[in-house]
Write a protein that binds this ligand. Sequence first.
Ligand code: 5AD
Length: 348
Amino acid sequence: MNGQIIFSDDEIFLKKLVNEDFLTSLISSDDKTLQSKFIERADDKRREFFSNRIYIRGLIEFSNYCKNDCFYCGIRKSSKIARYRLTKDEIMETCSEAYSAGIRTFVLQSGEDLFFSKEKIVDLVSSLKNEFPGSALTLSIGEKPKDEYKAYKIAGADRFLLRHETINKEHYEKLHPISMSFENRLRSLKDLKDLGFQVGSGFMVGSPWQTARNLAEDLRFLRLIQPHMVGIGPFIPQKLSPFKDFPPGSADLTVFLIALIRLLIPDALIPSTTALETMNRREEGIKAGANVIMINISPDKARGKYIIYDGKPRSVLSVSDELEKIDGKLAKAGFSMSLDIGDSPRVL
Ligand code: 5AD
C-alpha cells in the first residue's frame, strides 16, 4: 500500500473497497497514516447515519454450559471449569434492575446449553417482553434448528447474534472440531435472516492461521449478507483451551477493521466489544466507527465464570453507576450515550 488511495466520492470509493485484492493489501499494510484516513472517514460515516449517539445494551451471560468444543473458547465442553445456570427468576431480577436504570436492550447470551430447551427459551422471551415493555430482546445462544428460531421470533425475540467466525471453510475447520459444521453455521444465519430477525454476525481478529486474505473474505461476506449488527474482537488466548499458546490478535488491526466495516455497511450497529475493552481500547473502537457498547449486567453468580477468554474485565459497579461512568467518558470524547432501544435503521 503506498498511501495513494484516492478518497473520492462514495460510489467509486466503495467499488474499490469491495475488491478482495485491494482489501487484502489494505489489511496487510501497517501504514498508520493511511489507516487513520480510513478511520476518519468511518467516523464521518457513523455520524451521517447515527449522529453522535452510542447505544447501550445490557448483556446477561445466563449459562456457561456448552455442548460444543471450539478450540479457541474457554467455556468449551472439555474445559474443566465451574459451570452455572441462572434461573428464570434470577434473569428476570437482573433485567428488572437494569430496566430501572434505563437499559432497553437485553442480550441473553449462553453456551449451547441443551438444558435451555425451546420451551424454556420461549417462556423466558415472552416473560421478558411482557415484563419490560418497550425493550428489545437479543438472543445469542448459538446454532438451532429453524423451527426453534421461529418459535423465539414468535415469542417476541427481536434480534439474534451469531458470529460466522470465518467464511473460509478450511479455516473454519481448523478452529472447530469435526462435530461442528461450517454449513450449519451458514444455514443458521440464513434462517435467522429469513425469519426476520435483526441479525448480527462477525469474527475474531487474529485467530490462529487467519490470513489477511481470510479477513478480506470475511469483510466481503459481511458486505454481501448485510447483517444489521457486526461484532468483531481480537482473539485472546484462554489458558484452558487448546489455543492457549497462540498469540493474541492485534487491537490496532481490530480498530482498523471496525472502520472498514463501517464503510462497507454504513448503517450497521457495531459494538466496540468487550474483547477490545480487555486491551483498554474500547474508546478507540468507538472513534473508528463503532456505535454500541455492551455492558455486562450478569449477577454475581455468573461473574468470573463466563471465561470465553482470559482477562475479561469485571465491573463491580451497579448498572446505574456503570452507565454514569460510560456517559461521562463518552461525553468527554464528544459522544452522547443513548439508552434508546436502538433498532437497526433498516427496520424503522
Ligand atoms: N478470544 C476472543 N473471542 C472469543 N470468542 C470465543 N473465544 C474467544 C477468544 N478466545 C468469541 C467468538 C464467539 C463470541 C461469543 O466470543 O467469536 O462467537
